[in-house]
Design a protein around this ligand. Sequence first.
Ligand SMILES: Nc1nc2c(ncn2[C@@H]2O[C@H](COP(=O)(O)OP(=O)(O)O)[C@@H](O)[C@H]2O)c(=O)[nH]1
Ligand SMILES: [Mg+2]
Length: 217
Amino acid sequence: MHKIAEVEIQHDIMVANKKLAKRNQKILDKSNVFAVDVLGAIGSGKTSLIETLIKKMNLKIGVIAGDVISKFDANRFEQYKVPVVGLNTGKECHLDAHLVEHALEDLPLEKIDLLFIENVGNLICPVDFDLGSHIRMVVVSVSEGDDTVEKHPLIFKDSDLVVINKVDIAEAVDADEEKMASDARMLNPDAIVIKSSLKTEKGVDEIINVIENFMNG
Ligand SMILES: Nc1nc2c(ncn2[C@@H]2O[C@H](COP(=O)(O)OP(=O)(O)O)[C@@H](O)[C@H]2O)c(=O)[nH]1
Ligand SMILES: [Mg+2]
């Protein structure tokens, strides 16, 4: 009995979140904002990648930065003078569409072409919570271990762009970046898989091209 009630509540939450996510996407579309949900473990390089893209992309960029507490990542983005809203999730391990709805109210959407939403760092909880973004980009670093992709199939099945990051240190951590890329391709043949290093900027132009192609439909 107890279990059935829990499952029902969970189901209701998911249905409500889906509805809000659809509404978020309508709000974004009305202002011609393309949104990317940026997923990945703590330390995989999500903030660093968004910072690199802010510097290199010739577009008006905005950011929603999810942090468990405080405004750690939001403060990092603020130095680039782009519109930023920091969201705190407290004990929750993912953003949800309701939190993002409030962040959208605080952003000057008319002045943004491309919105990055940095989700809370982990490869599990955010999967089921659609935020209303147009694509999902997952960043996984070689230092998480080259079995990380195959161990977390759902997030890779559900992402449009997979970035295998920190390839500059692959040898030092005995990781096979090719295995990670081929695991991702096997799990999701439709996803675009790019190997990157934010230290050498390997793969960054490719990531930019892919995001721009998605934006142009
Ligand atoms: N060597 C190397 N370090 C990286 C790379 N990308 C990010 N880092 C470092 O990894 C750490 C975590 O990066 P961060 O962007 O904060 O990760 P996040 O938690 O996913 O947002 C920082 O010290 C970055 O400088 C990379 O491609 N190569
Ligand atoms: Mg971060």
